[in-house]
Design a protein around this ligand. Structure first.
Ligand SMILES: [Fe+2]
Length: 331
């Protein structure tokens, strides 16, 4: 676990005024925006469990007062991909994808010189929405979200048992627009450290290791009607001064003032120590396998005295793994 070494690099000014305004133009020209949903991949182990059962369990622990429907409406924010590798989905995003400040910050955070931007995506929160504290889904050589359950990847990273295969990733989160609520909640010194809230100020950014640093989004304030009208599968269509929430039939559910939304753009990059490490990843020369992952965890749980006797069935073993390794801040 690398939390102690992780830092947060603040970038006070992402672009000049013209460049910052251009990011809002990119936002408005794109769309409609769909909800972020964990489609999930068949991973061959405890597949009935939600992919982020770790985060869901923690969220219900702290917000047990909410109905499942309201909890879903409040956390189903909107996400769309602007760039994936060199493929540009949102023209105009290129300066953001290749931002030198993000690359330099990523090098500092991980102490690794080779930084390869992988994805840029937009996050939009309606007033009334929030995101529970979590760490992002990490990647390992041979184990990523296309092959391995997300809760397992998260626990693997927190366990520290698979660092040899871990792929350090840096994330920049940049804020654009006038929205002032919905602070980025962070725990830069680990789950037992101090909570630090970062205001989502226009044209600023932070760069951090979101796979290691617990983080979330504080409640976005304002008229909550649109958030509470949100339905599974909804989309939001940009407009000049009113954006429209549409259900799966294309019928209007609600309208929202774009200036009341929290808009951030995330950039994620792989960070390699050298070309050899990058080649090992690309060539799959040293990949993890599920059986090895489970056996390694099994042996560690026995050494800790958590597991005795036969290994439990997958769903029960999953909960044991999460409760042992993925421990959330108390908040
Ligand atoms: Fe996150």
């Amino acid at each position: 676990m690398t939390t102690e070494a992780a830092t947060i690099v603040a970038i006070d000014r992402v672009f000049d005024e013209t460049g910052a305004a251009a990011m809002l133009a990119v936002r408005d020209a794109f769309g409609p925006y769909g909800m972020y949903s964990n489609e999930g991949h068949a991973t061959g182990y405890a597949d009935e469990l939600p992919q982020r059962i770790d985060a869901v369990r923690n969220h219900l622990r702290r917000r047990g007062d909410l109905s499942v429907r309201e909890a879903a409406a409040r956390t189903n924010y909107l996400r769309e991909t602007y760039a994936y590798g060199d493929t540009i989905a949102a023209p105009g995003i290129e300066p953001f994808l290749r931002h030198d400040g993000f690359v330099e910050a990523a090098q500092r955070i991980h102490g690794r010189p080779i930084v390869e931007p992988a994805i840029v995506f937009a996050n939009l929160y309606l007033p009334g929405q929030e995101l529970a504290v979590h760490t992002d889904v990490p990647e390992f050589r041979g184990a990523n979200r296309t092959t391995t359950s997300q809760w397992l990847l998260v626990a693997m990273h927190h366990s520290g048992l698979f660092e040899r295969w871990h792929m350090p990733i840096a994330t920049a989160i940049a804020f654009f627009g006038p929205g002032e609520s919905g602070a980025l909640i962070t725990y830069p010194n680990g789950r037992d450290g101090r909570r630090v809230d970062i205001e989502p100020t226009h044209n600023t950014a932070v760069v951090l290791d979101t796979d290691s640093v617990f983080h979330g989004v504080d409640l976005v304030s304002g008229n909550e009607d649109a958030a509470l009208a949100a339905r599974p599968g909804m989309k939001v269509r940009p407009g000049a001064d009113r954006w429209t929430l549409l259900d799966t039939e294309g019928d209007e559910l609600a309208v929202v003032d774009p200036n009341s939304m929290r808009f951030s753009v995330s950039w994620k990059a792989y960070c390699f120590a050298d070309g050899a490490e990058r080649d090992t990843w690309r060539s799959h020369a040293d990949d993890l396998r599920l059986e090895f992952i489970l056996d390694t965890i099994d042996a560690d749980l026995r050494a800790r005295g958590v597991l005795d006797g036969p290994r439990p069935a997958p769903n029960d073993f999953a909960i044991m793994i999460i409760d042992t390794y993925t421990r959330f801040p108390d908040e």
